[in-house]
Write a protein that binds this ligand. Structure first.
Ligand SMILES: Cc1cc2nc3c(=O)[nH]c(=O)nc-3n(C[C@H](O)[C@H](O)[C@H](O)COP(=O)(O)OP(=O)(O)OC[C@H]3O[C@@H](n4cnc5c(N)ncnc54)[C@H](O)[C@@H]3O)c2cc1C
Length: 449
């Protein structure tokens, strides 16, 4: 009979180091958190499972920033500032930042080159004296008491080790650290449904003149093909040029389980199946483009990313959960730490559904409250990024890069204030947090309705 479990012998772990702030995960939230904590003079460690930073932005081939901008009463404005300005300037200096483009005639987004983003993020963290531990998979925690994390356990090529911290910031996207520490979390829309994952891909060798504004014509080509019986995993294809116009990114695949629900990005078997299916869909859609879309005849798939793009898994429950209504009504909060101007972008079965705040009647962004990055039950933990406290609909908007940068910088600033004042994270002065964020360039979205 096959054993259902096996006991691992207890063992002592070497301590890799002791830090003021330990950040798990190097996506937009983690980059902003680690760089900001180190810039504030805190001994900071970034723990990342891959050999590069950027999170979904690089590891899943996203290659475009959304949520840095908002449509403010009809005017396109960058509304996320602070440490991200330093990062953007570094990507630009490396020649890897495109000018912002208008999407859906309503809001700006900004493409970047993955290699430049990776290098700029390295330089940003190291330039502020943050330490980086790459190729380190966070694997568990050691608790001091029920509510205090003593150490993060990491698995590395040099073995399993412990990293001791005073404050931990979970930027894993999946809320791994929060879940191990016992913080409550939610998943999906209440019926188990999460946003569907996508395997991104990039093409090279596109003829930009012939392709033209292909992103406006490809949906109609897909409709025509569908009428002839061609099947696509989803509608709402996003096919756009990168900085070099012969290179394009394609966001069109959708991974589901046999029962039709979304692949779970915290389930190893589902992830494995999703990677294989994702690459299969990439090649299938590429064949369609080559055959039917002008300008793509001599293109080739230059990259499928290191991993399947995961939009949503755990959302760690805080004292407040940002909701879809907050996004659509451009809600204000007294404890604002920055803003989100991205609309609800719901990756549902077979389609992408968009919901916008009134444009141009509204200011086009909602505040992000400090309470959404404060988990419950664990005293020395903050959660920033797509796994912060949001409802399923709220997360469909505020999971994109812009608001993740906001949350990361705010989490680091809150950690700094708590350490400086020897106070609980839940009891720091919100006014002091806001003053510190503004001093360091952040925009909190106050004084405009
Ligand atoms: C297909 C797709 C397309 C998208 N398109 C856009 C877009 O055009 N523009 C945009 O702004 N956003 C887009 N998004 C959303 C956006 O990329 C993410 O929501 C955003 O990157 C979330 O940032 P984050 O820092 O919270 O987490 P992530 O970006 O997910 O980063 C988490 C990091 O933590 C690391 N990590 C996770 N677990 C562990 C562990 N246990 N140990 C060590 N490291 C760990 C991961 O390797 C990763 O680097 C897209 C997402 C997907 C999936």
């Amino acid at each position: 009979m096959t054993a259902r479990s096996i006991r691992e012998p207890e063992r002592d772990l070497p301590v890799r180091g002791e830090y003021d702030v330990v950040v798990l995960g190097g996506g937009p939230a983690g980059i902003a958190a680690a760089a900001s904590a180190a810039a504030l003079g805190r001994k900071t460690l970034m723990v990342e499972r891959y050999g590069f930073l950027g999170g979904m932005g690089t590891a899943a081939g996203v290659t475009g920033f959304c949520g840095l901008h908002a449509n403010v009463h009809g005017e396109h404005r960058q509304v996320v500032h602070g440490i991200v300005d330093d990062l953007l300037a570094r990507i630009d200096r490396l020649g890897g930042l495109n000018k912002p483009h208008v999407a859906f005639g309503k809001i700006q987004a900004q493409a970047y080159d993955t290699a430049a983003y990776k290098c700029a993020a390295d330089d940003l963290l190291l330039g502020h004296n943050a330490e980086i531990l790459f190729h380190a998979l966070g694997a568990g925690v050691v608790m001091d008491a029920d509510d205090t994390i003593r150490a993060l356990i990491v698995e590395t090529k040099s073995g399993r080790a412990a990293v001791i911290g005073r404050i931990f910031i979970d930027c894993s996207g999946d809320g791994d650290l929060a879940a191990w520490a016992g913080a409550p979390f939610e998943r999906g829309d209440g019926h188990g449904g999460m946003l569907y994952p996508t395997m991104m891909f990039r093409l090279n060798g596109v003829d930009p003149a012939a392709a033209g504004e292909a992103w406006t014509t490809i949906p109609a080509l897909m409709d025509e093909a569908e009428a002839r019986g061609v099947m696509f995993p989803r509608k709402g294809a996003i096919v756009r040029p990168q900085k070099n116009p012969i290179e394009w990114r394609v966001n069109v695949t959708q991974m589901k389980k046999p029962d039709g629900s979304a692949i779970d990005g915290t389930d190893a078997d589902e992830l494995s199946a999703g990677e294989v299916e994702g690459r299969r869909q990439v090649m299938q859609f590429f064949e369609f483009l080559k055959r039917e879309a002008p300008g793509f005849q001599n293109a080739y798939v230059v990259d499928t990313p290191p991993q399947l793009g995961i939009r949503e898994t755990r959302r760690v429950t805080g004292p407040y959960a940002l909701s879809g209504d907050d996004v659509l009504t451009c809600a204000s909060f007294p404890d604002t730490i920055g803003v989100n101007g991205w609309p609800i972008e719901a990756h549902n079965a077979g389609n992408v559904e968009w919901k916008w705040p009134p444009i141009p009647q509204s200011r086009g962004f909602c505040h992000l409250p400090y309470r959404m990055i404060l988990p419950q039950k664990v005293s020395n933990l903050l959660v920033a990024g797509r796994c912060a406290s949001m409802t399923h609909e709220g997360q469909s908007a505020a999971r994109v890069s812009g608001p993740c940068f906001v949350m990361g910088q705010a989490a680091a600033s809150a950690a700094h204030l708590a350490l400086a004042g020897n106070s609980e994270l839940s009891e720091i002065s919100v006014e002091a947090l806001q003053a510190l964020l503004e001093k360091n360039g952040a925009y909190l979205g106050r004084g405009i309705n």
